[in-house]
Design a protein around this ligand. Sequence first.
Ligand SMILES: [Zn+2]
Length: 82
Amino acid sequence: MLAAADVATDDEHDPEGHTIAWERQQIAALRDAASATLTELVEAEARLDAGTYGSCAVCNREISTARLDALPGTATCVNCAR
Ligand SMILES: [Zn+2]
């Protein structure tokens, strides 16, 4: 990982495009979202191994196939997700 101290930080005078700080924020947000998705999928794999995949973790009802197709890492049915 490139240390922030190693790159130029004075990009506020570029009339075109985004600042480096803005780009860093965008990348950090993407990284955080990817990390959260990975965590959900690892947890879903554990539910598969335990035989509980597809059952809502809150109400224990079956999660619809359409919801699981759209969100394979979800642990809750649509009603409990609200
Ligand atoms: Zn539920």
